[in-house]
Design a protein around this ligand. Structure first.
Ligand code: FE
Ligand code: FE
Ligand code: FE
Length: 173
């Protein structure tokens, strides 16, 4: 960013920046998920993380398609928000010895990631639509649907078993 010019001048620039931001985020998520798969104990949770890792790889390919539609090279822009969410997830996980409590924490961390993604894709879809970029909006919507579905699955896992298992091993009050 220069003294007399700013990198983001137009709404199109802002859209591209947000796309680069989420492209960076998805790439960071593919690096974080293997660690979460390794730490998860519940087989359904482990499997869920594995499924979402594959999905995330597919999302990156679809984001590259959006870049292509814009006539741009795929490029990431550092996103301090996702870096912070992942850093916090790692810190909390490394402080937990009990496997059931760790599973509950991993679900909570994963939901923070999904909610971050949901806000980003929601904005990107609204901006793409405003800019008349229907094809881009459709692709982004297909990604958003996966993030919502993942978040729902995590809520279900937490409330139907993981939280209860975590409570069962906790110290009596
Ligand atoms: Fe994603
Ligand atoms: Fe960001
Ligand atoms: Fe996701």
């Amino acid at each position: 960013m220069g003294l007399f010019t700013k990198d983001i001048q137009t709404f199109d620039d802002l859209f591209l920046h947000q796309l680069q931001d989420v492209y960076f985020a998805e790439n960071q998520i593919t690096k974080a998920l293997p660690r979460m798969i390794e730490k998860a104990t519940d087989p359904e949770l482990k499997q869920g993380f594995e499924t979402h890792l594959r999905e995330t790889e597919g999302q990156i390919t679809r984001l590259e398609r959006v870049f292509a539609l814009l006539g741009e090279e795929p490029k990431g822009a550092t996103c301090p928000a996702i870096e912070g969410i992942i850093k916090e997830a790692n810190e909390v996980a490394s402080d937990i010895a009990d496997k059931a409590v760790l599973d509950a924490a991993l679900i909570a961390s994963a939901q923070a990631v999904e909610h971050y993604e949901i806000t980003r894709y929601g904005t990107l879809i609204a901006w793409a639509t405003q800019l008349g970029r229907e094809q881009e909006a459709q692709i982004l919507k297909s990604i958003l649907d996966e993030e919502y579905a993942t978040d729902d699955k995590l809520t279900k896992m937490a409330t139907t078993k993981a939280n209860a298992k975590a409570e069962a091993v906790s110290e009596p009050v």
